[in-house]
Design a protein around this ligand. Structure first.
Ligand SMILES: [Zn+2]
Length: 704
């Protein structure tokens, strides 16, 4: 099942600085509605990135290098990443309950520690106004904390009712009806469901998006030849068996239900899109009408039923982002398969919602998360709970966080850096020798219209609807509160379907330690969470901020012109604004970037140049742009590059790295530093890099 109201599951089109690589199946399921882009649902309920690391002070690369004299000194000419970060990384230890350590993880932990204080202090108050941010945070936290209540409540009212209806279904038609209704109510699907997104060709208009089939894991993991990924697959199958037993099946039945579910999931995964295809509108923007869905699903889904349940019309357009996956799901919808499908539907829901239910389900999921990501210990219960609460009530917690921890002056200061980057980018477009004036005019128009968002939104999604979560003393249960949030979000989406897309809402929460470009709103979003040292510090040198947040800003702006961003115009609409010849040149340059990275590997794991191309273009463009600013202003370029290398310092467990290389569209940290700098002529000159040096690359690809 997919929680359609979660951004992380959904919004493949938003290009962030780094992906959430948690194996937490409940938060980061693979697949979903990649073709629809940003939806209102995502904006209302957003899951914060669960990243790794733990706060242990503010030691930076330089300090660590000074302290660690015995650390082996690697030459800057051979491995710049290691030369700058080696001592720091050596001083880092990955905590037993983490799968990696990086500045992103460390800052994320700091955010969560502050959030824990806020949440705990709110939960001690007694006379909060019903429906306020504080009252909802308190209710969700206390019901989550109430383990006795969770064990007694089991699956909760709404989910138990759904399971009973699934068990009682006597035909595929009946099973489809209860599944579709559950998706309409809570935005969660496995067989089939409809959600709301914004249209690719007119990003101001909301459109229906049809999703079918939950493959459980992504195909890159199901069919990976990497040992750590294969281990993750067996652990996933083990998890499904445990959940079956919790549902009341005998060991033998559990085996059978799991085998059947795995068979369905793997066969769906085979037909699902690859990670790079998710970002290709040619693959995902498939427009049908509601009536035509019936034929797409081989007559197994009734258009009338869809119209009745979702309150839509037969001629309404609907985007099907994964057509082959939908057909594959449809092929299972036979009366003969009914018992098998019932098991699959319940198992998908249990896998998705188990973390919010009884403690046996929670433990099963937690153990899976720990083992699949190579952690030695599972994260403490209360820490996971804080993470979940601040993810599930992301904007409620975000508003509280920003009031206490974010200085509004930061917004003005960072906007100043952004306008400097944009103005240099303008100039660089002017100087391109491969682009015609006509396309340059379009590119500059798009650049000039980028919506710059810094810190937190002015409008908060929770002010647009009513939510009243119940605390334990009022009979509240964690799982029911969770589903109530989902219901309110889904109802709001369907109630406002005829209204234009509200671009004042942001897809991600302000406390998230990340930044992203959203092609459908042509916006860069530099969130409050990342506006901390070492990325940004008002007291740091101009070089440190330029190498830190400056390169992040350059990266996000370049996303407007990577192989995906370049398909969208200044309004965020899918429109070809290129001359045919310029487009050909652009593609040829992108191919050079693909082959440049394709030759690289990390610990024997090969980089997929195609899968990582959009991010690599953004990395290359961002650093080129910042190099030019440093050059023109007479800044110390060495310090800029050192700061750039420092922000990417990272240490990973093998399981994490295997998963990253298999499914992440970003290159691993070491490559983000070395490959990018090796392609800069100024870097080569600065460090006298020559053939034979590790940092020497024959090709030096660059587009922007
Ligand atoms: Zn990016």
């Amino acid at each position: 099942m997919k929680k359609q109201f979660h951004r992380k599951t959904l919004n493949k089109a938003v290009l962030s600085l780094l992906l959430c690589l948690s194996v937490t199946v409940t938060a980061c399921g693979v697949g979903g509605d990649k073709g629809s882009g940003q939806t209102q649902e995502e904006q209302i309920e957003s899951q914060a990135a669960a990243s790794a690391g733990q706060s242990d002070g503010t030691q930076n690369a330089e300090q660590a290098a000074d302290q660690s004299t015995e650390a082996q000194k690697v030459s800057e000419k051979d491995d710049y990443y290691q030369a700058v970060n080696g001592a720091l990384i050596d001083s880092w230890e990955i905590e037993p309950d983490k799968s990696s350590k990086s500045w992103f993880g460390i800052l994320n932990d700091q955010v969560e520690e502050r959030m824990a204080e806020l949440i705990k202090s709110v939960s001690e108050e007694t006379d909060l106004e019903q429906g306020s941010d504080e009252s909802n945070i308190r209710a969700l936290y206390l019901t989550g904390l109430d383990q006795t209540g969770r064990n007694e409540g089991g699956f909760g009212e709404s989910l138990s009712a759904f399971f009973d209806q699934v068990d009682a279904a006597e035909s595929i038609d009946q099973l489809m009806r209860v599944s579709m209704q559950f998706c309409r109510d809570y935005g969660i699907y496995s067989l089939f469901g409809i959600s709301i997104g914004s249209d690719y060709e007119d990003s101001s208009v909301k459109t229906l998006v049809a999703n079918a089939g939950d493959p459980g894991l992504s195909k890159e993991i199901w069919f990976s030849e990497d040992e750590a990924n294969q281990k993750a697959v067996s652990l996933f199958e083990e998890l499904l068996r445990k959940l079956c037993v919790i549902q009341g099946y005998s060991e033998t039945e559990a085996e059978e239900v799991t085998d059947n579910t795995v068979q369905i999931m793997k066969s769906l995964a085979e037909k699902s899109l690859s990670q790079s295809e998710f970002y290709d509108p040619e693959k995902t923007y498939n427009v049908y009408t509601v009536s035509e869905l019936e034929e797409l699903f081989g007559g197994k889904i009734s258009s009338e039923m869809i119209q009745e349940i979702y309150g839509v019309n037969g001629e309404d357009p609907v985007i099907v982002s994964e057509v082959e996956l939908a057909r594959q799901m449809a092929s299972f919808l036979t009366e003969e398969n009914l018992p098998m499908l019932k098991g699959y539907v319940k198992l998908c829901a249990h896998r998705d919602l188990g973390a919010y239910m009884d403690m046996d389900s929670y433990d099963a999921l937690n153990t899976y998360n720990m083992e699949a990501s190579g952690m030695e210990e599972s994260r403490p219960f209360e820490e996971v709970l804080i993470s979940d609460v601040q993810g599930l009530l992301g904007f409620q917690c975000g508003r509280m966080y920003c009031e206490q921890n974010y200085s509004e002056e930061t917004t003005a200061e960072v906007k100043e850096i952004i306008s400097q980057v944009i103005s240099v980018f303008h100039q660089r477009i002017d100087e391109l020798d491969w682009m015609s004036d006509a396309t340059k005019a379009e590119a500059k128009n798009k650049l000039g219209k980028i919506d710059v968002r810094v810190g937190h939104p002015d409008d908060w999604p929770q002010d647009k609807y009513e939510l009243n979560l119940k605390a334990p003393e009022d009979g509240g249960l964690y799982i029911d509160n969770f589903l109530m949030m989902a219901k309110v979000a889904t109802d709001y989406n369907f109630a406002t379907i005829d209204e234009p897309v509200d671009k004042s809402l942001w897809p991600d929460t302000p406390q998230t330690v990340n930044a992203y470009y959203d092609p459908q709103s042509n916006s860069i979003n530099i969130l409050a969470g990342i506006l901390q040292a070492p990325f940004y510090d008002p007291d740091a040198s101009v070089e440190e901020n330029l190498g830190g947040i400056g390169t992040v800003i350059g990266h996000e702006i370049t996303h407007a012109f990577d192989t995906n961003g370049a398909l969208f115009d200044e309004k965020g609409n899918l429109r070809d604004w290129w001359t045919a010849q310029d487009k050909e040149q652009f593609q040829a340059l992108a191919d050079q970037v693909i082959s440049y990275y394709d030759g690289m590997d990390i610990e024997g794991k090969k980089i997929n140049g195609e899968q990582t191309v959009t991010e690599n273009i953004a990395d290359l463009g961002g650093v080129s742009c910042i190099t030019e600013i440093a050059d023109s202003q007479g800044y110390d370029l060495k310090k800029v590059y050192e700061a750039y290398a420092n922000i990417w310092a990272s240490k990973e467990r093998e399981e994490y790295l295997s998963r990253q290389v298999a499914i992440d569209i970003h290159s691993p940290a070491q490559i983000r530093v070395n490959a990018v700098l090796s392609a800069q002529q100024e870097f080569r000159d600065l460090y006298d890099i020559e053939e034979g040096d590790g940092m020497y690359q024959e090709e030096m690809p660059g587009i922007w």
